[in-house]
Design a protein around this ligand. Structure first.
Ligand SMILES: Nc1nc2c(ncn2[C@@H]2O[C@H](COP(=O)(O)OP(=O)(O)OP(=O)(O)O)[C@@H](O)[C@H]2O)c(=O)[nH]1
Length: 217
C-alpha cells in the first residue's frame, strides 16, 4: 500500500503509526526538473511507467519487506526550486529529514548533471546531512542517441565524490530502479547500525582495514 502525503504535513514525523520499533527510512530524491524523479518513484512503488507525472511535490509512504523485515519507507519526490539564485536548491528541512539521498540527472541533459554536481557539493560543504552515502543516478538510458553525459564521466564523478552510482532507464525497466532503492536502503540500514554501535561484518572488516591501513602508513 502506498500513502501519499503533502511534505509540509508530515515533516519531522519520523515514527509512523506509533510503532517505535519499526525500521524507518526517509529517502529524498534530488535533481533538476524533468530528469525523472517522479518516474523513478512511481516505478519503484507501482512497477509502472505512466509517462506524465505533473509537478506536484510529494512524500510517499510505503512498507517494504527486505530479508523478512518490514521497513517503513518514506520517499520525498522534491521539486527543483524555480529560482536557485535566491534559494538554495536543498532546504535545511530536507537535509534534516533525509536518511538517504538519491540525486538524479538525465544522461541527455548536461545541465542536469551540473545540478547534481552542485547539489553533491552543497551536501558535502555544509555537512548538514546526517544521512548515509548519497547515490547518483543517470536516468533515461534508453535515449542513447541523445546522450550528453558519458557513463564514464558519471561514474568517475560519483567515485570522486564518494557516492554510489547507477545508470538506468525508469521508462524501460523496473529492475534498475529496484536496485537503486535497495542499495539506498542497505546504506541507510548500515549507517543507522553504525550510529547505534551495531556494526555488522562489513563494518568490522572496514574497521580492521582502517587499523591495518594506518599501521602501514
Ligand atoms: N525516455 C525516457 N523518458 C523518461 C524516463 N524517465 C522519465 N522520463 C520522462 O521525462 C519526463 C519527466 O519525468 P518526471 O518523472 O516528471 O521528472 P521529474 O524530475 O519528476 O520532473 P519535475 O516534476 O519537473 O521535477 C516525463 O515526460 C517522463 O515520461 C526514462 O527513463 N526514459
Amino acid at each position: 500500500m502506498v500513502v501519499l502525503v503533502k511534505p509540509n504535513l508530515q515533516l519531522g514525523s519520523k515514527a509512523m503509526d506509533g510503532n517505535q520499533h519499526k525500521v524507518e527510512a526517509n529517502v529524498l530524491l534530488l535533481g533538476a526538473e524533468n530528469v525523472g524523479k517522479s518516474a523513478l518513484t512511481v516505478r519503484f512503488l507501482t512497477r509502472r511507467f505512466i509517462g506524465e507525472y505533473g509537478d506536484i511535490e510529494s512524500i510517499y509512504s510505503h512498507i517494504d519487506k527486505t530479508d523478512g523485515r518490514e521497513i517503513a519507507l518514506n520517499i520525498w519526490d522534491s521539486l527543483y526550486p524555480q529560482s536557485c539564485e535566491t534559494t538554495e536548491s536543498i532546504s535545511d528541512k530536507q537535509m534534516q529529514w533525509a536518511d538517504g539521498v538519491i540525486l538524479v540527472y538525465s544522461i541527455c541533459d548536461r545541465s542536469s548533471f551540473e545540478v547534481v554536481r552542485q547539489q553533491v557539493q552543497l551536501i558535502r560543504q555544509t555537512r548538514k546531512l546526517s544521512a548515509s552515502t548519497p547515490i547518483i543516478v543517470g536516468n533515461k538510458r534508453d535515449l542513447l542517441h541523445q546522450r550528453a553525459v558519458s557513463s564514464e564521466e558519471g561514474r568517475l564523478f560519483a567515485l570522486s565524490a564518494d557516492c554510489g552510482f547507477f545508470e538506468i532507464s525508469a521508462a524501460e525497466t523496473y529492475h534498475g530502479v529496484l536496485l537503486v532503492f535497495h542499495e539506498i536502503l542497505d546504506l541507510i540500514k548500515e549507517s543507522k547500525a553504525l550510529k547505534k554501535g551495531m556494526v555488522g561484518i562489513k563494518g568490522i572488516v572496514r574497521s580492521v582495514s582502517a587499523v591495518f591501513g594506518k599501521k602501514r602508513e
